[in-house]
Design a protein around this ligand. Structure first.
Ligand SMILES: O=C(O)c1cc(=O)[nH]c(=O)n1[C@@H]1O[C@H](COP(=O)(O)O)[C@@H](O)[C@H]1O
Length: 231
């Protein structure tokens, strides 16, 4: 069994009716919802209120990555919305993350500030070749996690495969938020560093982000309930 409050459902749609149908199909379960670029850019901030009105906690996933001043002020604006979690890219650097953390603190309602380490669509080989970061992706994730922690973030996004390394490096109370979750019979799509929901739980993740295996299922509620049962 997987506790529902560990699951964040990524509502990656741009059609308003589809969004409302999805939210309604999840109602009654204590899952979080994730508002990402696709839905936020298409429909705007009102979708956050719509998720909150239905009783869901909201992770606003816009992955800010810019100069420190722009990110600090951007986060300050986002913190006016009733969000429970927000994120930036750790690759933006320590000064940028510090400005984001200061903005969260100054907002008064303090959503969790989470930094993306290496996207779950990135392999070690790709990271070596394209980013010119040598070594294993797990080491880069652990490095960015420590940088994020030292800069005032509450946790990081990684794949479940790096959770143990992050907890060893940053301590158990530093949050891990893990996409790259695929039930055994699901297509990987563009995700590369993946585990099943049960393996993510065993590896000690705090929150698992799941999108298409639920949102593209013929019956999203049933798909969620299968995952909750550990199937
Ligand atoms: O920050 C994220 O949420 C994120 C980071 C990452 O490294 N990988 C990743 O997949 N995500 C998000 O998690 C969700 C995963 O969706 P599915 O691949 O459909 O399960 C998407 O909304 C991604 O934008």
């Amino acid at each position: 069994m997987i506790p529902a409050n560990k699951i964040i459902v990524a509502l990656d749609v741009s059609d308003e009716k589809k969004l409302h149908d999805l939210m309604d199909s999840l109602k009654g379960h204590e899952v979080w919802t994730k508002i990402g670029m696709e839905v936020f850019y298409a429909l705007g901030p009102k979708v956050i209120h719509e998720a909150k009105d239905r009783g869901f906690k909201v992770f606003l996933d816009l992955k800010l990555h810019d100069i420190p001043n722009t990110v600090g002020k951007g986060i300050a604006s986002l913190c006016k919305l009733p969000i429970d979690m927000v994120n930036v890219h750790a690759a933006g650097g320590s000064e940028m993350m510090k400005r984001a953390a200061e903005a969260v603190k100054a907002s008064g309602h303090s959503p969790l500030l989470i930094a993306v380490t290496q996207l779950t669509s990135t392999t070690t080989e790709q990271m070596n070749r394209e980013q010119k970061i040598m070594g294993d992706v797990k080491d880069s994730v652990a490095h960015f996690a420590k940088l994020a922690q030292d800069s005032g973030c509450d946790g990081v996004v990684s794949s479940p495969l790096e959770v143990e390394a992050i907890k060893a490096f940053c301590g158990k109370r530093f949050y891990t938020v893990t996409p790259g979750i695929r039930p055994a019979d699901s297509a990987a799509n563009d995700q590369k560093r993946i585990t099943t929901p049960m393996d993510a739980l065993r590896l000690g993740t705090d929150y698992m982000v799941i999108g298409r295996p639920i949102t593209e299922a013929a019956n999203p509620r049933e798909a969620l309930e299968q995952i909750l049962k550990g199937q």
